[in-house]
Every structure is written in C-alpha cells, then in structure tokens.
Design a binder for this molecule. Structure first.
Ligand code: ZN
Length: 512
C-alpha cells in the first residue's frame, strides 16, 4: 500500500529489519468460482428465506436474483416456468439451507493492528495483516463495515482493492480521520503521536484548537469521501496519565458546530464515549450513534429515553469490555460476575480469532497480548502509556447489565460493532457481541435484526441493504442452520454473496 512521510519511512525500516528490501507479498485468498456476468438473472431455489424484520421464514422457498439486486420471491410453480426462460442464466439449489442478508460490523478498524508486542520488523507484515482483516470480515458473514477511523491511504487502498475485485472483503463505509480537541484523549504528545502514524500507516486522529480547524477538518474528510464522521467525547483516561487527570472535550458550542458540518454534508456522526459526561453531552446534541458502553456508571432510564427522542443509537462493542477485563489481582472488581463473564469470554473466543485471522508472522504478538491480559498483574502498566486504572477498565463489565436493561426496556436503538483492530477484538468477529446480547435478555430474532437491518438503519443504508427485499443489493449468507434457533450459525456461513455474486463457497472447498 502507498504510504507517505513518516509512515513510508517506518515501512522501509520495517522491511530492512525483517531482512527484506521490498514489501511483503501477502498471498490473498481466491474468490469462489463464479461464471455469471454482473447483470444476469438467476434463481436460488430450495432455501428457507429469513425475513429479518418480522423474524420469520417466508413461505416461498426461492428467490430471483436480478444482477446485483434481489428480485422477487418465487413459488415452486414460478420456479418451474421461469427456469425454462432464456433470460434465466442459472438455477442454484440451496439444499434446504437458510438464507439471510449479509451482516455488518458498524464499528471497526480494518486497517489497524494491535500494537502490543510488535517490533519495527513486524511492520513488514502489517499490509498483509490489513488484507487478511478484510478477508476475515467476509468469511465471518459481514458484507458491510463502517470503518470508524483509519489512515486515509490504508483504508482507501483496501476499499479500492475490494471494489475492483482484487481483494476479498466487505463494502467499507470509511470515516478516515477522527476528530479530537487538543488536550483530548489520545493527544499523547508530538513524538508518540508521530509513532502512531508509523503503526497506523498515516494520520488517524486530528487534534483541533478552534472552530476554523473543525470546519476545515470536515471539509477535508468529506473531500476524501468519508461516509461517516467520527469524533471523541472522552472525559478521563482508562490507563496512562494520572487518575485525577481529565481530557479536554468538545463544548456544547463546538458540538453544535460539528453537528452543523455533518448536516451540511448529509453525513452521519459517531462518537466514542466511555464516561457518562461525554456520552450525555453527545445525547443532548443528537449524535447519531455512541460507540462503547460507559465505565463510570450505567446509562439511566432517562438517558435511554433521551436517546430514543434524539435518535441516538448505542453500539456497545462488548469485545472492548472483554479486553479491558485485565487481571489486576485484587484491584478493580475481580469478584464481580460480569467481570468474570467478560474475562472468560475473552479466554474462550480470542484464541480462536487469533488462529483464524492473524498472519503467522504476527501471531506470537497477539498471543502475547492475550497472555498479558489474563496474567495476574497488580499495579499493571501498559507500555508506553502507563498505569491501568482497574476500577475504570472493569467498570465496563460492572455497568453493562443495568445499561443494557434500560436500553432494552425503553427501546433504545442498538447496533453491532466489534471495535476490531484494537486490543483483542477482530473485525467481523461478532460472537461476543451476540453472546452478550443474549446474556442481557435479547432474543435471537432481535439479535439477527440488529446485526442486519438494524445496523443499516443506524448508518442510514437500510434503503439499499440489511434485508432480503426486492430492489436491495443482493448481499446474502447461506447457512446450515436456522439462526432463529442457533444464532451462531450466522458467523459460520457456508456461502457468502455480495451484490449477487458468490464470493466465498465452503462447499466448493469441501468438494476440492
Ligand atoms: Zn474504535
């Protein structure tokens, strides 16, 4: 991938330290065999088609695919007459499996790699890992992602390669550079800020001083093609700095200005918030969605109601709660049941994702991060940032049940995202998100809707994606089981189609 300035310098040093003069050539996965041209009509028959909005299986067992879009549902008699017509290029038998729309991950970072234990020579493999992240998303059944911040050159390159058919991956809705006030979260000083650009392949965060810089920022990322705008509203550190320190946050006046920019461009706004003060300010201003849950208290019924009336959705990213479940000995809340749940789910799920999703050359670093998180370490530090504040980190788990209970009772809009690319979360790895929603009282039917149509409603793409409906883009998953009975079948699709074309076919592999 093309890098500029310090990011390119870092790439060259990384190559040299790995003993290589050129960039690493990642061996990309080959797409499934597919012999139909883009505009042809074909039929998928003998499938149980799921209506995710109503949470039931359609009576008709076949569907017409009209090029890149869904056509209408067909009865058995219609399949018989239509299949004889010359305009139908093919009839595929779904073998009585289940058909759902493609899922999505609306908070992740496909261009990011967990930095723990990485050396300069690891940089040699980073572009390969970026490509692998995209392939994994699709293998896990996600055909769309919102990329919530990532360096322009990296994200744009991946998006471009996927759109041209050179790389297996999801449709990417990019945010590119995220906005933070000077002295806000992640403003860790000039040197470390530059180091981050080496790791991330360019600028991911912009720290602004005044209104002019805010306006210029949105002009710039809109020109880049950002389809979602990302800001940070964070009050205090989870680790590093001092426990008493607070971050600068955007004021009400600045938030008004930010919302006006989003409105000017007709673009959705997303904010990071893990403390109630920032989250509540975002709710007051009607920011479209908030990422993560809060660590210093639960969202109240009043908060949940305000979210409903201001159209603010929550994307809890339970995976973040799992990697924040650092084992700090007796510090924090080690005896709390929710802490134990998150710690246990990390132990159970992260290793699976590491084995499946990471390049062998980087796997040791990922496993090291998992061991580091699970190992008992009182007075724990995260290099190079500093001390971990255990009560805040474990606060995610501690306050999750009450927040989720209030959201569920009031009907606050919930989205699904992994925060993949940070810590021990993996883009498209939705298992922990599904498991946690089940734990907090949501039904299979509700969770299937959240992962598909609900997510697309949040990113305002539900007119073209998120359900199997005539005219929408034909992103779909063929599943062994009924997801209304076994939710997790959705994370192991047998076939993955994007815009009417089969991209991944596990049956083909089995047949050799
Ligand atoms: Zn994130």
């Amino acid at each position: 991938m093309k890098k500029k300035g310090i990011a390119n310098f870092g790439q060259n040093i990384g190559n040299l330290l790995a003993g290589k003069l050129s960039n690493y050539e990642y061996k990309k996965k080959v797409p499934a065999n597919w012999d139909l041209e883009e505009d042809r009509k074909w039929i998928l028959k003998n499938v149980n088609i799921l209506d995710v909005d109503k949470g039931k299986i359609h009576e008709q067992k076949a569907i017409l695919i009209n090029g890149r879009h869904f056509g209408r549902l067909l009865t058995q008699a219609e399949v018989e007459t239509l299949s004889k017509k010359p305009e139908i290029a093919k009839v595929i038998d779904g073998g009585h499996m289940y058909l759902t729309p493609g899922m999505s991950d609306i908070h992740c970072h496909v261009s990011m790699i967990a930095e723990h234990g990485m050396t300069m020579s690891s940089l040699h493999y980073f572009d390969g890992q970026r490509m692998r992240n995209c392939e994994y998303v699709l293998e896990k059944g996600c055909t769309t992602v919102r990329n919530s911040a990532g360096a322009y050159d990296m994200v744009h390159d991946l998006k471009d390669e996927i759109d041209r058919g050179n790389l297996l991956g999801p449709r990417i809705l990019p945010s590119y550079i995220a906005l933070i006030p000077v002295g806000g979260m992640w403003d860790v000083g000039k040197t470390l800020n530059k180091m981050m650009e080496i790791m991330f392949g360019g600028q991911v965060l912009r720290f602004v001083k005044n209104d002019r810089e805010i306006i210029d920022h949105f002009d710039e990322i809109n020109a880049m093609g950002a389809q979602s705008f990302k800001i940070y509203m964070e009050e205090k550190p989870l680790f590093g700095k001092n426990e008493k320190d607070t971050f600068n946050m955007f004021s009400d006046e600045q938030l008004k200005l930010i919302c006006a920019q989003a409105e000017r461009y007709g673009t959705i706004l997303e904010t990071h918030a893990m403390f109630l003060k920032g989250a509540r300010r975002a709710i007051r201003h009607g920011i479209n969605s908030i990422a993560h849950l809060t660590v210093d208290g639960s969202y109240t019924k009043e908060d949940s109601e305000a979210m409903v009336s201001n159209n603010v959705a929550i994307v809890p990213t339970f995976g973040v709660g799992a990697y924040l479940a650092y084992n700090c000995g007796s510090e924090g809340y080690p005896d709390n049941e929710e802490y134990k749940y998150f710690s246990e789910s990390l132990r159970r799920l992260a290793m699976h994702h590491i084995e499946e999703a990471t390049l062998p050359q980087l796997r040791k670093a990922y496993k090291g991060l998992l061991e580091f998180t699970l190992e008992e370490k009182p007075n724990r530090k995260i290099p190079p940032l500093g001390k971990v504040f255990a009560e805040r980190c474990h606060g995610f788990a501690l306050h999750a049940p009450q927040s989720m209970e209030n959201f569920r009772q009031i009907g606050t809009k919930i989205g699904m995202g992994t925060d993949g690319g940070t810590g021990l979360t993996f883009c498209g790895g939705l298992e922990i998100e599904m498991e946690s929603l089940l734990r907090y009282g949501f039904s299979n039917k509700e969770i299937v809707r959240i992962a598909t149509l609900g997510n697309m409603e949040i990113v305002k793409k539900d007119d073209e994606l998120g359900s199997i409906a005539e005219g929408k883009l034909a992103d779909m998953l063929l599943l062994k089981e009924n997801p209304l009975e076994n939710l997790f079948t959705m994370t192991e699709p047998v076939k993955v189609f994007k815009e009417g074309r089969c991209m991944i076919d596990k049956l083909e592999k089995e047949r050799g």
